[in-house]
Design a protein around this ligand. Structure first.
Ligand SMILES: [Zn+2]
Length: 110
């Protein structure tokens, strides 16, 4: 089954022969003051289902483009509003690292 990614919202699209056509979730504007002074201009557009998940998605994407400061414990404050209009809401985003372990079999030495 081919998997592609929507160029508008970057969600993965599973192509069930068009049985369930992809529909982008609504767009939110996310403004972080480190990116500019004017929320109406200096925002990122994030497609998500609500303001909370938009803020989380923004944090995930922007943290990965930077130095992972959020996941290292440095919370950031962003403002979020629907692109279609509405009031800006202030959200604090934070992250955490998750411990992950793996095992690799060591070959016996003769
Ligand atoms: Zn989409």
């Amino acid at each position: 089954m081919p998997i592609t990614w929507c160029k508008d919202c970057s969600e993965s699209i599973f192509d069930y022969d068009g049985a369930r056509p992809h529909k982008c979730p609504p767009a939110f504007l996310v403004w972080y003051e480190g990116h500019g002074d004017d929320p109406e201009v200096d925002h990122d557009v994030v497609h998500s289902h609500d303001a909370e998940s938009a803020a989380e998605k923004w944090a995930e994407e922007s943290d990965g483009q930077g130095d992972y400061t959020i996941v290292q414990g440095s919370d950031e404050t962003v403002k979020v509003r629907p692109r279609d209009g509405g009031a800006w809401e202030t959200w604090t985003v934070s992250g955490e690292t998750v411990a992950q372990y793996s095992a690799t079999k060591v070959k016996a030495t003769p």
